[in-house]
Design a protein around this ligand. Sequence first.
Ligand SMILES: C[S@@+](CC[C@H](N)C(=O)[O-])C[C@H]1O[C@@H](n2cnc3c(N)ncnc32)[C@H](O)[C@@H]1O
Length: 333
Amino acid sequence: MKLSLAEGTALYRLLADPSRLRLLLLLEGYGLSATELTEITGLAQSRVSTHLTRLVRAGLLEVEREGKAALYRLSADDSGAAELWRVMQPKLGDAQARLDRERAEEIVRARTQSWADSVAGRMERYYSPGRTWEATARALINLVDLREVLDIASGDGVLAELLADRARAIICVDISYKVLSAARRRLNGRGNVSFCRADMHRLPLSPESFDHVFLMHALAYTREPALVLQAAAQVLKPGGRLVVAALHRHRHTAAMRAYDHVNLGIGVDALHALLIATGLRVETCRITSREPRPPYFEVISALARAPDKIASGSGIGQVRHPQAGPGFGGDLV
Ligand SMILES: C[S@@+](CC[C@H](N)C(=O)[O-])C[C@H]1O[C@@H](n2cnc3c(N)ncnc32)[C@H](O)[C@@H]1O
């Protein structure tokens, strides 16, 4: 959201105060009452109240009633003030801020309301030690058995590194030698991972070779998504699954150029239709995440399955670049 110059100036003036920054930093971690904030900061109660009122008025904080207590929290809205704070917050921190956080931890521990109670309903926005998306993904990955895997537009092997213990074999395909060399270094010692430089529009792989094909954040790099999806579908074994993560349609041409994208994302219906056209059965295709920061990019997740028995003439199994041998005939790196 855009701020007028007058609003921007007023906001910077509001933030140009160490006490207010202390309060905002404290409320990054917890929902806290005015009394608790007074106790933690050692500021006069009247000053804390005045600061809190101003921060609420500016759209930086909100108040929530919990029983008799009024807890202050960071605002979850998309106001310009909240956006500016989200940019500024990770850059701030000093000895005073650390001390404040330690005192806050003590106070939260001592009160009847637990940390979980204080952030209930918005836990994803609050830090707690070790609770990252990566840790969650690494725990959940133990549930899966992926067998033969193809990672199309693999990048430097982040996904392959996550999946390697849960797959019989993984082939990383990417257009860039440099990226694949980095992937090889990352996966060093993983005997079940191999690397192939190839174009995702024309995969030089045997048909029906893979149980799982991943196409993660790759569609932004094609003007012919139908061709890429068709190529991915063709190498799936009967019953195999294609997993797609794709940037949802947006309007940010600057971001598109900065990341070498060749399109402005894809719509849910368009992706769904393209998947159906490959002959796969679409199990899910919907927006599953929205970034918390502007410009709030959204991502579509899709899962589609190859038919168990291939109908003759369906297109699946008719490979443009058939290769002999079990895996692939691409450019090994
Ligand atoms: C945003 S990265 C995604 C990497 C990885 N899939 C991930 O999610 O971490 C996109 C990758 O696509 C690769 N790429 C771009 N065009 C390609 C093409 N025509 N064929 C194969 N890979 C391509 C790039 O080299 C880059 O490594």
